[in-house]
Design a protein around this ligand. Structure first.
Ligand code: MIG
Length: 630
């Protein structure tokens, strides 16, 4: 049995990431953290990595499953370029697993401020963890089996969120569906093409002037009626909720929040103001128990209309600009205008306007009332998305204890996995992002985030039909399966790719046929604190070849997946650590089977073909249009 030790440095804030608390030891009396040295400046922990050690974890970040060779910064960010040179995305999931044949160590750095994980970036063999604040709780364990360390970590952070079963269906989303008619057209498009559809997402356009918990009454004159109409077709409508509350006289959420003092405040006690989609907003202080309860209660407006699912956005929290900073920018621009423009001033001109959003300086100008302490935002920044989502989940338990409600968020911290899932934010219609999603899944699972998935087809940029097809061939295995795209990009509803629509229909039906397995494995992973997606290096520890396999995953205990993620490829190499049965599906009923020995194989996979590998000791049976996997 492995056990986590809790080692405390300084005086950390309680984040409630961990629910089963081990007894705490102070850093000094514990003799520090085994294997880690505390730097002289006291904010850096150093660990020397052996060449043979792999480093996994960190949840939703860029790059591969093995995190060695880059610097990652836990600093929840609205980052729209998920390129390999980025350091931060939306989440802070500070869990690391360091392992090789000689053993494994796991470390969770529990601190709500910024943390830098330099994993062989500055020095190839050196793992350096830099903390903004000296106050942190470290949860540390070692053992021989890395999977056991993950399981025990999951046990102490508590059970993962369980979504309703229907949330394992397929959903369509797009920023820009403006009204009932738009949505009816999408639903009709799917119906005509014979492609099943289970959810349609409502982006910010459904609201009245982007005001949370309001509905544009011209676009949706009778939302409850429309919700019923859609439900009769088996379709759930899932609206978005943003973090910022619009400043507007007469808007009850704003007025009540001000009256009760539930918004984040500046040093002088005035409400902090910033601009996001609705224009000027206040941020609800979801870190404060009372304010959180109040904000959660607001979801009732939509619950009462029959809505049973939500996605929480902009909760890093993102800010477009503050009025104070905008003033400064204008002042400096005026100054520049009076001078002769040289090349440096020209660059400054661009920088002045190009970098006004989500500035670190702005995050230092407002405060939370957290556990009876006035805490500056930057010190608890990484908790905001977690606590906003927790606000909703706790409210659902109070307001609708008998209903199952879908909930997921963009920003997250460990602990939020108990309250909702995550989607991986604004990716692009790039082949590299298809692979990136595969690589993020196991790391998300390690931190308890089982209900997750990417914007299928890519959010930004234009999607091509072959990318969509290959992406569906990955997302059909992820619990959260949603096609979503940004305003202004090429339309990418599956039926828009007319020639391939029959193939898409087959794949979505295949997904439906896999739901019993996916759901059963999800529940099992949740109850046994297991991964749903397991990297091969964790499952076959004695096979040296799998240490570098970054494009295949085990799914549950019976299957392995290996999607195609290269354009124009009509197949791929797959490495089998043990003999497996390849089932190559074109539809639920049209498939072939091949017994393959362990080793390397090139597998032909036409654009409409999905490979599912069945592990020894397990079976996959197709009867009619059901698939049973044991
Ligand atoms: O600033 O609501 O990640 O899914 O479509 C963009 C509009 C705000 C970001 C989300 C995306 C959503 C978009 N939102």
């Amino acid at each position: 049995m492995v056990q986590y030790r809790k080692i405390i440095l300084g005086d950390p804030l309680e984040t409630e990431a961990v629910v089963e608390q081990p007894e705490a030891e102070q850093w000094e009396e514990a003799g520090g953290l085994p294997g880690f040295l505390l730097g002289r400046e006291k904010k850096i922990l150093r660990y020397r990595m052996r060449d043979s050690q792999l480093v996994y974890g960190l949840g939703e970040t860029v790059r591969g499953i093995n995190k060695r060779g880059w610097k990652y910064i836990s600093d929840c960010s609205d980052e729209t370029n998920h390129t390999e040179d980025r350091n931060s995305l939306y989440a802070a999931q500070n869990f690391l697993l360091i392992f090789d044949e000689q053993g494994a160590q796991a470390l969770f750095v529990d601190t709500p401020g910024r943390v830098i994980f330099d994993i062989g970036f500055t020095h190839a063999a050196s793992l350096e963890i830099t903390l903004d604040e000296l106050d942190a709780a470290f949860y540390y364990a070692e053992g021989s089996d890395p999977l056991e360390l993950i399981r025990e970590f999951r046990r102490i952070i508590g059970p993962s969120y369980l979504p309703p079963k229907w949330a394992f269906g397929y959903g369509q989303s797009r920023w820009g569906y403006k009204n009932e008619q738009d949505i009816r057209r999408v639903v009709e498009g799917y119906e005509k093409a014979g492609i099943p559809l289970d959810m349609v997402y409502l982006d910010i356009d459904y609201m009245d002037h982007f005001k949370d918990f309001t509905v544009d009454s011209e676009a949706f004159p009778d939302l409850p009626g429309f919700v019923r109409e859609m439900k009769e077709k088996g379709i759930h409508l899932i609206p978005i909720i943003d973090a910022g509350v619009k400043i507007e006289e007469g808007y009850p959420v704003y007025e009540e929040g001000v009256k009760e003092g539930y918004f984040c405040k500046k040093e002088d006690g005035e409400e902090f103001r910033t601009a996001v989609w609705p224009g000027l907003v206040h941020f609800p202080d979801v870190l404060n128990d009372k304010a959180r309860e109040w904000f959660g209660n607001q979801y009732r407006t939509l619950l009462d209309m029959g809505i049973d699912g939500f996605w929480n956005d902009m909760n890093e929290p993102t800010l477009f600009y503050t009025e104070e900073h905008l003033e400064e920018v204008f002042r400096r621009l005026e100054e520049l205008r009076g001078q002769e423009m040289d090349i440096w001033k020209f660059f400054e001109f661009g920088d002045l306007t190009g970098s006004i959003s989500s500035r670190a300086e702005d995050y230092r100008t407002f405060y939370h009332d957290f556990r009876g302490r006035k805490v500056r935002h930057d010190k608890v920044h990484n908790l905001y998305g977690y606590y906003m989502t927790r606000a909703a989940a706790e409210a659902f338990r109070r307001l609708a204890p008998d209903r199952e409600i879908l909930l997921f968020s963009r920003s997250s911290y460990v602990g939020m996995h108990r309250y909702g899932g995550v989607w991986t934010g604004d990716n692009k219609s790039w082949w590299s992002h298809l692979l990136l999603n595969l690589q993020q899944l196991p790391a998300l699972n390690m931190c308890g985030f089982l209900y997750s998935g990417a914007d299928t087809g890519g959010f930004g940029s234009d999607c091509t039909e072959d990318l969509m097809m290959r992406w569906v061939e990955l997302s059909m295995f992820t619990p959260l399966f949603r096609n979503h795209a940004a305003l202004g990009t090429r339309v990418q509803e599956l039926y828009r790719f007319e020639e391939l629509a029959p193939d898409f229909a087959n794949l979505i039906r295949l997904r439906h046929a896999l739901i019993p397995y996916l759901y059963e494995q999800f529940v099992r992973a949740r109850e046994q604190n297991d991964l749903l997606f397991t990297p091969l290096a964790l499952a076959y520890p004695s096979d040296r070849r799998v240490r570098t396999v970054e494009d295949q995953l085990l799914l549950g205990d019976a299957l392995m997946i290996a999607p195609v993620y290269i354009q124009n490829a009509v197949g791929r190499y797959v490495y089998l650590p043990e003999p497996m049965t390849l089932c190559r599906f074109r539809s639920v009923t049209d498939y072939d089977r091949l017994e393959l020995p362990a080793g390397d194989h090139y597998i032909d996979l036409a654009l409409n073909e999905v490979a599912i590998f069945v592990r020894p000791g397990h079976t996959l049976e197709v009867t009619g249009d059901t698939i049973s996997i044991r």
